[in-house]
Design a protein around this ligand. Structure first.
Ligand SMILES: C[S@@+](CC[C@H](N)C(=O)[O-])C[C@H]1O[C@@H](n2cnc3c(N)ncnc32)[C@H](O)[C@@H]1O
Length: 356
């Protein structure tokens, strides 16, 4: 179990004078149950009042813990995409859309700052760069287009049913079953697109927080548009983050659940992506993904509503990365994940694997 605590430090370093985050393994049974339990990021502080044992070390839970926790708890979710150091947050407390947009984030190691552009927090390596411009492979760039982002939940995604995708409601229920062991934890919906699953996860109440993450600015804008119309999301711990799946802005072993719907075939490097997902998952954490298997049936755009886009899509379609089931299993296992299992229907596969 992951635990957040304040620990006494008699000689804080010059680089991190009063407060900084660090990861420790904590024996949960030694902690007061009323103490906030959620993350492996621990906040160091000099004051002291109560002491508990942490695998042989003494840690101190101090009265200021609650104040610090209230003001900075959420910063613990995000890490610098360059050095993976936890980001320091300045701004109003709360892990909800308005509070995060009004906050600034900074890496104390590389001094890079991050803020919300429009409606999402940009945690890409290229965030804030003025001259440098990097073009990703077409399977990533395609989804950055405003038109594709707009159409995605308005016909594009429904077309996947032709290849065996059961549809968002059923896929959500299937994923929730896989995520049962990590209920109550932090879920990151990687490559969330317009957030059709992120919103369902957030509304389910099954998670302490949900982060909808995508590389596409326009997909995240769509996600925001859908979210703000849904009042039931206003009181949930829900954030929109722009990031590259190959460089996830989270500390190692800090995430309980990663969902990646219809995404593996779109990633520039599926192996870097799954390795990165494995890195951020904590022990026992669960990864659930869906994709199109490499079969004759895996051309979701060849018929139906989106036929007019056929020519455009067929040019890009050939650049998707479709895999056979054995390859996906091999990929998960090679990235250190265990307990692989899957459900297949035509070209649709939902697979799950766990961090040991
Ligand atoms: C087919 S959509 C899937 C959307 C949604 N998860 C679903 O189940 O329908 C694939 C998504 O992967 C995202 N994507 C592509 N390359 C990515 C990358 N390098 N990092 C993060 N997301 C990426 C795209 O922007 C797009 O939103």
């Amino acid at each position: 179990m992951a635990v957040r605590a304040v620990i006494a430090s008699s000689s804080p370093s010059a680089a991190f004078p009063a407060t900084f985050h660090r990861k420790l393994h904590i024996c949960p049974s030694s902690l007061n149950p009323s103490f906030p339990v959620r993350s492996t990021n621990l906040r160091f502080h000099q004051a002291s009042s109560r002491q508990v044992r942490v695998y042989g070390s003494t840690i101190t839970l101090d009265p200021l813990a609650k104040v610090l926790h209230n003001n900075s708890e959420e910063a613990g979710y995000f890490a610098c995409p360059i050095c993976y150091e936890p980001l320091i947050r300045k701004g109003p407390p709360g892990f909800n859309l308005p509070a995060i947009y009004r906050s600034g984030f900074k890496c104390q190691k590389c001094n890079k700052t991050f803020s919300s552009k429009d409606v999402f927090l940009d945690l890409t390596v290229t965030s804030g760069m003025k001259e440098f411009n990097e073009i990703k492979p077409v399977r990533t760039e395609l989804f950055r287009s405003p038109l594709v982002s707009f159409l995605y939940e308005r016909g594009w995604r429904q077309n996947f049913n032709r290849s065996g995708f059961p549809g968002p409601e059923e896929e959500f229920n299937m994923a929730q079953e896989y995520f049962e062991p990590v209920a109550g934890g932090l879920l990151v919906d990687v490559s969330c697109g317009s957030g059709l699953f992120s919103r369902k996860f957030a509304k389910s109440g099954s998670y302490s927080a949900v982060i909808a993450l995508d590389f596409s600015e326009n997909m995240l804008r769509q996600c925001y548009e859908f979210s703000k119309k849904d009042e039931s999301l206003s009181n949930t711990n829900f954030a929109l983050v722009r990031a590259d799946v190959s460089r996830l802005p989270f500390a190692s072993s800090s995430v309980d659940a990663v969902h990646a719907g219809a995404a593996l075939h779109c990633w520039p490097s599926p192996s870097n992506a799954v390795a990165e997902i494995s890195r951020v998952l904590r022990s026992g954490g669960v990864f659930v993904g869906t994709t199109f298997l490499s079969t004759r049936l895996n051309s979701p755009f060849s018929n139906g509503l989106l036929r007019p886009l056929g020519q455009f899509v067929s040019q890009t379609n050939s650049s998707y990365n479709f895999f056979k089931e054995k390859e996906i299993e091999d990929l998960c296992k090679s990235c250190g994940l265990i307990n692989y299992s899957s459900k297949v229907q035509q070209a649709f596969i939902m697979f799950s694997a766990q961090k040991p």
